[in-house]
Each structure stands twice: as C-alpha cells, then as structure tokens.
Write a protein that binds this ligand. Sequence first.
Ligand SMILES: [Zn+2]
Length: 122
Amino acid sequence: MPVYEYICRACGRRARLRMSFAEYDSATSVCPHCGRAELRRRVGRVAVARSEATRLDGLMDDPALDALDEDDPRAMGRMMRRMSDEMGEEMGQEFDEVVGRLESGESPASIEAAMPGLGDID
Ligand SMILES: [Zn+2]
C-alpha cells in the first residue's frame, strides 16, 4: 500500500500513514502524535518514485513545499521540475510522467490512481 506523508496543523509534526487509495479517499486522518484531525497532506509523495524515495527525503524538507498548494497541479509540476533540475540527474520515466501530468493540470489523486505502485516505497 502507498505511504502518504502528512504534516499536522495542530502540532506541526509529520506523520506517515499507510493506506489504500480507497481509504485515502474516505478516511479522516488523525494525527498519531496529538490525536487531532488536523493533518494536511504534504506535497511531494506523488513525486517520489520508489527508487528515489530515500534520496529525495532531504529535498522534501524544503519549506517552499509546505507552502505549495496541492490543489494547484501546475505549481506542483513546476516545483518538481525545479527540484529535478537542481539535482541535475535523470529522474526516470515515472517521475517525468508525473511532472508532465501535473503540468497539464491533472490532480495528484488522479495521477496516483492512474499509476499504481507510485510512492509505494516498501
Ligand atoms: Zn498533531
């Protein structure tokens, strides 16, 4: 199952929750640290193809990512393209497809549903 990364608006801590796509659609996510339903999905999970997950963890700490609006796929796509450019490495076909879909305005949820296994880092 995919792992989704959240940040808690109440206590500011991060949480990684493992759930199916169906659960993700319907679940009210509760912070495992403070128990409040204030979790906000962190941008970037969709960007992380499984082989890149560990290497990208540092980039995910970029504060700009927390300010990024996940409801704006084009902004996400631009951010991911910039990250990729900064790393100066080939990110792979899966990454390119995700960025391309974002830049065309497709929502992250739709992309994840269309690309099974994406972000499943185990
Ligand atoms: Zn919390």
